[in-house]
Design a protein around this ligand. Structure first.
Ligand code: SF4
Length: 283
């Protein structure tokens, strides 16, 4: 087994002393944006790097690095490389994160593709493909037609997420519900082992419509929710004592009817208005 040798200490004092030589090389590239000399670092026995503050707008904490080298103590010092490098306090971009680690729930938009890795621990092979067409046809019918299915890890991961999520048993909505999803007529249990605790809500009024809900979740749209019918008017306002009421008959006596007819006939004979509206002469 081979190992990378540690850089040897710079033994050529000419490389250490070549500060102004390195500064001139940096100025060749950066002009007046070269600041104070910060330090010199050994690269190996024949080269060293001089660092200068970069007086460059927008590059706070960056340094010009000039690597100088020589073939030996009596040889000429030459410039190998000039580069702008970040110092320990430099303002730099955040560390790069692979895109598959950056994507979060809700990031996937219409038309986006998000392939799963071949070794995704949430998935396992669905079944061993057969060369018998009859078996293949039956496999789809019984749900084996998929190449991969959720692994035990994937199912537990989903169960944890759903249980702790918006439609889990600890949601505020569940705490105020009259009963839980497990007893609701709109609850559609999912297939497989997850069906022991999860289903899909099929009530368009419910906030969880079309979502996976825990059997202990619940909402006010539960199929058996019983709403007590309460009068919008205070009952106290309707209470009365009928013993205190004067009850009058609305039936006319024969005598009063006779008197009313007499009065009407006499007024007609006298040409007085009978109390009916007069007709329009134009009619
Ligand atoms: S209507 Fe409410 S209680 Fe019924 S399944 Fe949907 S979320 Fe659960």
């Amino acid at each position: 087994m081979t190992s990378t040798p540690a850089p040897e200490a710079v033994t050529d004092p000419a490389l250490i002393a070549a500060v102004e030589f390195a500064r001139a090389a940096a100025r060749d590239q950066a002009g007046a944006e070269v600041g104070a000399h910060v330090e010199v670092r050994a690269e190996d026995s024949a080269s060293a790097t001089h660092l200068f503050d970069a007086d460059k707008p927008g590059y706070r904490g960056w340094r010009w690095a000039v690597t100088v080298a020589s073939a030996g103590p009596d040889d000429t010092v030459t410039v190998s490389e000039v580069a702008l490098l970040p110092g320990p306090d430099a303002l730099v971009a955040p560390a790069w994160v692979p895109w598959q680690d950056r994507v979060r729930a809700g990031d996937l938009g219409v038309g986006d593709l998000l392939p799963t890795a071949p070794d995704d621990p949430r998935l396992v092979p669905g079944y061993a493909q057969s060369d018998d067409p009859a078996v293949e046809e039956l496999a789809v019918e019984v749900g084996l037609g998929r190449i991969r299915v959720l692994s035990r890890f994937g199912r537990l991961d989903a169960a944890d997420r759903w249980q702790l999520g918006e439609f889990g048993p600890n949601a505020d909505m569940a705490r105020g519900a009259p009963a839980s999803c497990g007893t609701c007529g709109f609850y559609l249990p999912v297939a497989g082992s997850l069906g022991a605790a999860f289903g899909v809500c099929g009530n368009e009024i419910a906030p969880a419509d079309g979502r996976a809900v825990h059997a202990a979740y619940g909402c006010g749209a539960h199929s058996e929710a019983d709403v007590e019918q309460v009068s919008p008017v205070l009952v106290a306002d309707l209470i009365y004592d009928d013993a205190q009421l004067d009850v009058e008959s609305n039936e006319l006596s024969a005598e009063s009817v006779e008197q009313a007819v007499d009065a009407l006939v006499q007024s007609e004979v006298a040409g007085e208005p009978s109390g009916q509206p007069e007709s329009d002469p134009a009619e």
